[in-house]
Write a protein that binds this ligand. Structure first.
Ligand code: PBG
Length: 323
């Protein structure tokens, strides 16, 4: 044998020298759940170590995350059922607690990067990402609502708008509206290939946002499809997206890879709630080593080609690598 691959694995020094994929806190985006009120820090029962925060409690939490080097946050609102309606009007109401909290966060920590979610589901009495009429999810009628929401978020100081609804044409109309209002610096991270997945359960628990009727298969993608992800990516790219996101991450590493190979703008992946919950559940049973499983998971997403990763493990990741 003149070629022995094991020679390049014989010491930590050599292994580190030839390591092909880098993973650091700078690659991570931390999803956070926000709730109206004061003094609230409620753990999401299906998502250990993740909480619904009121803004007064969140501020010291962000301060401690900043000390760990986490600089980018994706904030989601848990909206009171009473404020939900068919057209998601609360999403852009002037007294919306989520928009107020974003203003407060940007004022307190001007250096952080805040990403938002643009979709109707947390505000919709139907629990769908689009307008529902006679059991159908309407596309074009939903777009103006998404635009209102995006403008309100940009006004509040959001750095990256995150359209997560999978309506056709939404990136283009949001980009045009942002530009027309003077928000040319506001970025768009499009949920480009978002699949109709079983792995969103804990997130819907966190926001109480599950669809009241039916499922999301007429707008989210079929898990069987890969070429269709290229079509979605092409459209989002042409409509002006700054980042293309794949979601979920782990069952879709091939999709991350194919977008990485075909597009020059940054690719991100959402390591979703169900993927996080699986690792917690197995670790709590003593079936997996939590720390190692978290590192391997995040590394695999980077290796597949993701520049950035949205992950509920962000804080734990830093604590693990510090050990
Ligand atoms: C809603 C939205 C969802 C997630 C992010 N934005 C859920 C859904 O589409 O039902 C899921 C994130 C996760 O599971 O961690 N538009």
């Amino acid at each position: 044998m003149n070629i022995r691959p094991r020679r390049n694995r014989k010491s930590a020094a050599i292994r580190n020298m030839v390591e092909e994929t880098q993973l650091g806190v700078q690659h991570l985006i931390y999803p956070i759940f926000l709730k109206d009120g004061v003094g609230i820090k409620e753990e999401v029962s299906s998502l250990p170590n993740n909480f619904r925060w009121s803004i007064d409690q969140l501020i010291p939490e962000i301060e401690s995350c900043l000390k760990l080097g986490i600089t980018t946050y994706d904030i989601f609102p848990a909206v009171d059922e009473k404020l939900k309606d068919k057209t998601a009007t609360y999403s852009y109401a002037s007294d919306n607690f989520y928009l107020n909290a974003i203003r407060k966060l940007k004022e307190t920590f001007p250096e952080i990067c805040i990403m938002s979610d643009v979709a109707m589901d947390p505000y919709s009495s139907d629990g769908h990402d689009g307008l529902v009429e006679n059991g159908k999810i309407l596309n074009d009628e939903t777009l103006p609502i998404l635009v209102e929401m995006a403008i309100a978020q940009a006004q509040a100081g959001v750095d990256i708008i995150g359209p997560s609804d999978m309506m056709d044409g939404r990136v283009g109309v949001i980009r045009d509206a942002l530009d027309a209002e003077g928000y040319t610096e506001t970025s768009i991270m499009s949920y480009t290939a978002k699949y109709a997945s079983a792995f969103y359960g804990p997130f819907r628990d966190a926001l109480n946002s599950a669809p009241k009727l039916g499922d999301k298969k007429t707008y989210q993608m079929n898990p069987a499809n890969k070429r269709e992800a290229l079509l979605e990516a092409q459209l989002d790219f042409e409509e002006g997206a700054d980042f293309l996101m794949v979601k979920p991450a782990l069952c879709y590493l091939d999709i991350i890879h194919i977008l990485r190979e075909n597009f020059s703008i940054p690719i991100t992946a959402y390591n979703v709630s169900g993927e996080c919950a699986m690792i917690h559940a197995a670790s709590r049973n003593g079936w997996l080593d939590y720390d190692r499983a978290v590192l391997e998971t995040l590394l695999s997403i980077r290796r597949a080609g993701a520049d950035g990763i949205l992950t509920y493990f962000a804080k734990d990741f830093v604590q693990i690598i510090k050990k």
